[in-house]
Design a protein around this ligand. Structure first.
Ligand code: IPM
Ligand code: MN
Length: 356
């Protein structure tokens, strides 16, 4: 079977890490008899430099015509002074909207071999940590009406509207419950229903969806409390489901408590099996092109692509096993080496591919 993958290397370390994921995918193809065809496209700062636009129409078209998208990272100091609607980050929002990627899955797990990397006390994460943040990705305040008011009694002002339709909440809640069924059967929905009307609607719709999943436990938490519980007792969580903005913030917090953001993959899914896959870390321009970046988050994102879009779970398992074997054998990239010897980006990719 041939699979068409749009590759968006992007900026900073994006190209470094995407190259290693391709190496690993090719090894999977060889071993399991699949072929992967790659179409490299521009987005972010790289696209601004070459075309004047952060998200050229050609990129959207090629992504739409592919079976899945693998993205590195976008952004960097070079484009920081650009106006909001022309910054590289807009490319991500544009891709999410154009491709209908409403469900963002961000697993945060502590790898046993790296358990001392967590900034939390050992007793808090003892026995492992394995959470998935399910973030709504195409609605809410990031996509709501926005504007500026030249004059108000307190001077010029600006606003962004948080709005959720029932159907937007229902479909993301279903993704979270379906995920929980395959895990530890617990969903925590995060909102601010004590203050926000949109959160009250959110909470009501999530409760309706929960009725279809009698074997899954549902908890509701206010976002301020959730932020606190994540560092106080993160092991209480299995699947967290929340709005675009709360998910943006809480998924950063969840990834940081694992201590190894360079290891964490993510998936952004639309209806059907289409998805865009990317590491949780950013473009890290300071180490770009220096063979220092950890390619594991992107390699694990490729594994998620095999699992969720292509339905190739044995192949996905074999990538995840190869990453664990890499760590167990003591190999480390500079971000996780804690003073020990480390291997470069390209060696890490080669070793993991060889372990498949
Ligand atoms: C993320 C990023 C993006 C977001 C930015 C770059 C637009 O922070 O993927 O979490 O806020 O969604
Ligand atoms: Mn973010």
């Amino acid at each position: 079977m041939n699979y068409n993958i749009a590759l968006v290397p992007g900026d900073g370390i994006g190209p470094d890490v995407v190259a290693e994921a391709v190496k690993v995918l090719d090894k999977i193809g060889e071993k399991f008899g699949h072929s992967f065809t790659y179409n490299k496209v521009l987005a972010g700062g790289a696209a601004i430099d070459q075309t004047g636009k952060c998200l050229p129409q050609e990129t959207i078209d090629i992504c739409k015509g592919s079976d899945a998208v693998l993205l590195g990272a976008v952004g960097g100091p070079k484009w920081d002074s650009y106006p909001g609607d022309q910054r590289p980050e807009r490319a991500l929002l544009g891709l999410r909207k154009e491709l209908g990627l409403f469900a963002n899955l961000r697993p945060a797990m502590v790898f046993e071999q790296l358990s001392d990397a967590s900034p939390l006390k050992p007793e808090i994460i003892e026995g492992g940590l394995d959470i998935v943040v399910v973030r709504e990705l195409t609605g809410g305040i990031y996509f709501g009406e926005k504007g500026v008011k030249e004059s108000t009694p307190l001077g010029p002002a600006a606003y962004d509207v948080e709005q959720y339709a029932e159907e937007e909440v229902r479909r993301i809640a279903k993704v979270a419950f379906d995920m929980a069924v395959k895990r530890r059967r617990k969903v925590t929905s995060v909102d601010k229903a004590n203050v926000l009307e949109s959160s009250r609607l959110w909470r009501r719709v999530v409760a309706e969806v929960a009725k279809e999943y009698p074997d899954v436990e549902l908890d509701n938490l206010y976002v301020d409390n959730a932020a606190m519980q994540l560092v106080r007792n993160p092991k209480q969580f299995d699947v967290l489901v929340t709005s675009n903005i709360f998910g943006d913030i809480l998924s950063d917090e969840a990834s940081q408590i694992t201590g190894s953001i360079g290891m964490l993959p993510s998936a952004s899914l639309s209806t059907g099996n289409f998805g865009m896959y990317e590491p949780v870390h950013g473009s890290a321009p300071d180490i770009a092109g220096k063979n220092l970046a950890n390619p594991i988050a992107t390699i694990l994102s490729a594994a998620m692509m095999l699992r969720y879009t292509f339905g190739l779970s044995a192949e996905a398992d074999s990538i995840e096993d190869a990453v664990k074997a890499f760590l167990t054998k003591g190999f480390r990239t500079p971000d996780i080496c804690a003073g020990k010897e480390s291997v470069g980006t390209d060696q890490a990719g080669t070793i993991i591919a060889d372990l498949i």
